[in-house]
Design a binder for this molecule. Structure first.
Ligand code: SF4
Ligand code: SF4
Length: 694
């Protein structure tokens, strides 16, 4: 061993590494600040679960590659101690970490585990090489860098095996199961002359150290930077409620209105793109990607990462600029974000959240894209005409349809529903939502919900004409200003009435009222109607019978219900309460559901590129229902429309119907009233009967 050589290697390699890291991270100082240190306990739990626990890597769909990754990851974690030991041995052969001397019980145990993970990592590398060179799955980016990294990892493991093998031989040990990798190395070296085996062991030792240091210096230059950045990225990930978009302080002196150039990204958003492994999991079920739109979360990350590198000198100069006069010319040098990420990319996203749920390192995509929309809407006035119409309709009539606000209660003109007023007791404020009040199809769902509430004797009231759009679509279409106006109006009304508990029928209302209104002073208990129905059934306050004509049902999970708010079981429990229904699960269901194409305000925009998302989903649902057909159930007005359109567009109207959970339960209640649990005919005028008539 050679202390001089070890010290020289360390000094050169760590110096280079420090310099590279400084160059990679220095531009981040110019980016927007963002607090990602609060709620430390939750962050540590997130790190344990998703970072060290690698929980997203071993999900059922991706189990094979996930396990390969876990094998390599665990080896890196376990080998950290080994690496320190080997560098220590470079200074003094007898070096060992406290308690980890080879003859100590803990040292022997560590060597055993270390050997297992070394062999595991070799299996992992072999598996990855097989995937890259033989099976070549679409989602994986193929690059020489990937191969180099795999070969470096393999080199680390092989040199470790040979070094230990030579030591066993030198000691005259026959090897044992307690040192499986070392024993393997011993067996490989045994045919050599003793001097040669020793030389191989020594070469393996130095090569091992060189590979570690080379590895460290290669990582920051490519996508494998994630090996360094991904655990911190998981720690700094945004915490629940993840369905909420951040509020822009539009009144602030230095107000920001979105992302004009890369400089408006936050440091965390840059860290995100550094952490992208390019595994492609985010695009597997991205509704826009799979239907041929120009949006891939992976590509967006790669493009921004490359751009950050290109403008790094300007960003570094900006970070040191003393005043506005020095900053302005530098800022002018940065290209607009639309030169980097084309508008058709950031307008394509449905904010369904699949990409973020799938990403093993918790990279955030949606806020970045929405900030680009905000810039387009609030500053550049460059956005789709359909969005302009929606904004105008909300501004003038308080609903995106633009129907007169005085018609908001037409849907229930004959139902005598109490209006919420201060001092009048009611348990639930039924926030009907714009779709529930103005969309002819969804009005039937509103009425079904009322019939259910009445059957269960639930105390409720509505806001009536005091209700206005909560601005959800406006926010996701980038009009933060309009969102805040609308949301604040609702908060003022609800708080003025002392509302505590809110029932909604739209997952978008749910997400906004529950997760975003707190940003404006509105804090309420919010439930979706499927949740309330399920709890009323559980309490014995509802006992649906059979719903005539309904047999096989598959539930399409709205993204803002299941993925963003974790409500998966309640709609199934509600459907399960209806006698005779067979609930069939699609492969992509629950939190792993596939979007209908309507979220992120996309419901209001034309879908001009690629194939239609709703048809992709309807094809899947229809395949699950089989030849006989059945019902696609859902719990969202926008999903309902998208699914119904998809059924019509694909010519399946004769055998596939689309109903809301509430309509099915209401039909079951009608069945119970008409014919008992054995099932009766659905009385004319019930929602399910209406829908069946078209
Ligand atoms: S964003 Fe996440 S899921 Fe997508 S390629 Fe990067 S690491 Fe993989
Ligand atoms: S949120 Fe949905 S539509 Fe948008 S990029 Fe992610 S997976 Fe695709």
């Amino acid at each position: 061993m050679s202390p001089l050589l070890t010290a020289a290697l360390l000094a050169v390699a760590l110096g280079l590494f420090g310099w590279t890291m400084f160059r990679r991270l220095a531009p981040l100082r110019a980016l927007r600040r963002e607090d990602r240190l609060s709620r430390t306990g939750e962050r540590v739990r997130t790190l344990l679960r998703f970072g060290l626990g690698q929980s997203r890597l071993v999900d059922p769909e991706e189990r094979g590659p996930g396990i390969l990754h876990v094998l390599v990851f665990v080896a890196f974690v376990v080998l950290a101690l080994r690496t320190i030991t080997l560098f220590g041995m470079g200074f003094s052969e007898a070096f060992h970490l406290p308690l980890l001397a080879e003859e100590a019980p803990l040292g022997r145990a560590y060597l055993f585990v270390k050997d297992l993970v070394v062999l595991g990592a070799l299996v992992g590398v072999a598996g990855f090489l097989w995937r890259r060179l033989v099976t070549k799955p679409d989602r994986v980016t193929r690059s020489a860098e990937g191969l180099v990294i795999l070969l470096l990892i393999a080199g680390l493991m092989v040199t470790d095996v040979l070094f230990d093998g030579a030591r066993l031989l030198g000691r005259g040990s026959a090897g044992s199961l307690a040192e499986p990798a070392g024993s393997l190395g011993r067996a490989l070296l045994a045919p050599l002359a003793p001097g040669s085996a020793e030389a191989v062991g020594l070469a393996a030792f130095w090569l091992h150290l060189v590979i570690i240091l080379a590895f460290l210096n290669v990582l920051p230059y490519g996508k494998h930077f994630h090996i360094i950045t991904s655990l911190p990225n998981v720690f700094f990930a945004r915490l629940p409620p993840t369905g909420a978009l951040a509020k822009l302080d539009l009144e602030a002196e230095d107000a920001r209105f979105g992302t004009a150039t890369v400089k408006d990204l936050s440091w965390k958003e840059a860290w995100d793109v550094y952490s992208c492994t390019e595994c492609g999991r985010c695009q597997t079920h991205c509704p826009t990607y799979v239907t041929g739109k120009p949006l891939s979360h992976k590509e967006v990350n790669r493009t921004i990462r490359r751009h950050l590198g290109e403008v790094a000198p300007t960003l570094v100069a900006l970070a040191s600029a003393k005043d506005a006069a020095a900053r302005e010319p530098l800022q002018a040098k940065l290209p607009p974000i639309t030169d980097v990420i084309p508008p058709e990319t950031f307008w394509a996203c449905t904010t369904c959240g699949w990409c973020e749920t799938a990403c093993p390192v918790l990279i955030e995509n949606i806020p970045r894209l929405v900030d680009m929309r905000r810039q387009a809407v609030l500053v550049d006035s460059s956005f789709p005409d359909e969005a302009a119409r929606v904004f105008k309709n909300i501004e003038t009539q308080g609903n995106p349809w633009g129907i007169g606000s005085n018609k908001r209660t037409d849907w229930c003109a004959d139902l005598d529903i109490p209006r919420a007023s201060a001092g009048e007791p009611f348990e639930w404020l039924f926030f009907v939502g714009c779709a529930g009040a103005f969309d002819d199809r969804q009005k039937k769902v509103s009425r079904a919900i009322v019939s259910i509430l009445r059957e269960a004797k639930v105390s409720f009231a509505i806001l009536g004409e005091e209700e206005t759009c909560n601005g959800e679509a406006a926010r996701r279409l980038g009009n933060e200003y309009l969102f805040q106006l609308q949301a604040q109006a609702n908060v003022d009304t609800l708080n003025g009435l002392g509302v505590k508990k809110i029932l909604v029928q739209c997952p978008h209302c749910l997400n906004t009222i529950k997760n975003e209104l707190p940003q404006l002073g509105g804090n309420y208990e919010v439930v979706h109607h499927a949740e309330l129905i399920a709890s009323l059934v559980a309490e014995g306050r509802l006992a649906p019978g059979a719903a005539a004509g309904l047999e096989d049902v598959t539930f399409h999970d709205p993204c803002y219900l299941a993925r963003w708010n974790g409500i998966v079981d309640a709609p199934r429990a509600a459907l399960g309460a209806v006698k005779g229904l067979r609930v069939l699960e699609m492969e992509r269901s629950g939190r792993q559901g596939f979007c209908c194409g309507a979220g992120g305000g996309r419901f209001w925009l034309e879908e001009k590129l690629g194939t239609r998302v709703n048809q992709e989903r309807v094809n899947e649902a229809a395949a699950r229902l089989g030849e006989k057909g059945g019902v696609i159930a859902t719990g969202c007005p926008f999903c309902l429309t998208m699914m119904k359109d998809g059924v019509n567009e694909t010519g399946r109207e004769d055998r596939v119907r689309v109903l809301d959970v509430a309509e099915i339960v209401a039909a079951g209640l009608a069945g119970a009233r008409a014919g008992g649990a054995a099932g009766g005919s659905v009385p004319a005028g019930t929602p399910a009967a209406d829908e069946a008539e078209g």
